[in-house]
Design a protein around this ligand. Structure first.
Ligand SMILES: [Zn+2]
Length: 178
């Protein structure tokens, strides 16, 4: 497996809508390898999600995993591969929460997101996934799906004054418990 180079905002690939993954292409060794490399890259940079456009690949594909240690999450989310994901709202409640992004390194900001959603997607084997998500899991899904349309969390922020560097976030906003 390889660690891939992550595109940052300013690179056009981050702002380019991605195309759907074809079923034959999904099961190919090249695409399966890409998924493995995206997972490895997400772990390497301590991300909780990574979308293909962030590694210079214009496909509707993302990976996510939330460790139990993430202070923003109510529960750990196991490794999930999203292929051609479609999100629909469940209810109209939105919640504000903190997000960061490997394409916007070193920053965090508060972003409004749907509190609950329904996710339709394929997994890496091409099997249909149909689930409801809430809380931080729902947040990460929305963040990653945004990347597939060329959007980043900064676009969703209602008040840019919450934007802060990670170091200041941990110093002033959410000091680590000890
Ligand atoms: Zn991101």
């Amino acid at each position: 497996m390889s660690i891939l180079k992550v595109a940052r905002i300013g690179h056009p690939v981050v702002r380019t809508p991605a195309r759907p993954v074809e079923r034959e292409e999904l099961v190919s060794p090249q695409l399966q390898r890409l998924i493995d490399d995206m997972v490895e890259t997400m772990y390497e940079y301590d991300g909780v999600g990574l979308a293909a456009p962030q590694v210079h690949v214009g496909l509707r594909l993302a990976v996510l995993e939330v460790p139990a240690s993430d202070e923003r999450s109510e529960a750990a989310v196991p490794l999930t591969v999203l292929v051609n994901p479609v999100v629909t709202p469940v209810g109209d409640e939105t919640v504000l929460g903190w997000e960061g992004c490997l394409s916007v390194p070193g920053l965090r900001g508060r972003v409004p997101r749907l509190a609950r959603l329904r996710l339709l997607a394929l997994d890496r084997a091409g099997t249909a996934v149909d689930l409801e998500a809430a809380g931080f899991f729902a947040r990460v899904i929305q963040h990653e799906c945004d990347h597939l349309d060329g959007n980043v969390y900064l676009d969703r922020m209602l008040d840019l004054r919450s934007l802060c560097f990670l170091q200041e976030f941990h110093r002033f906003v959410a000091p680590p418990e000890d």
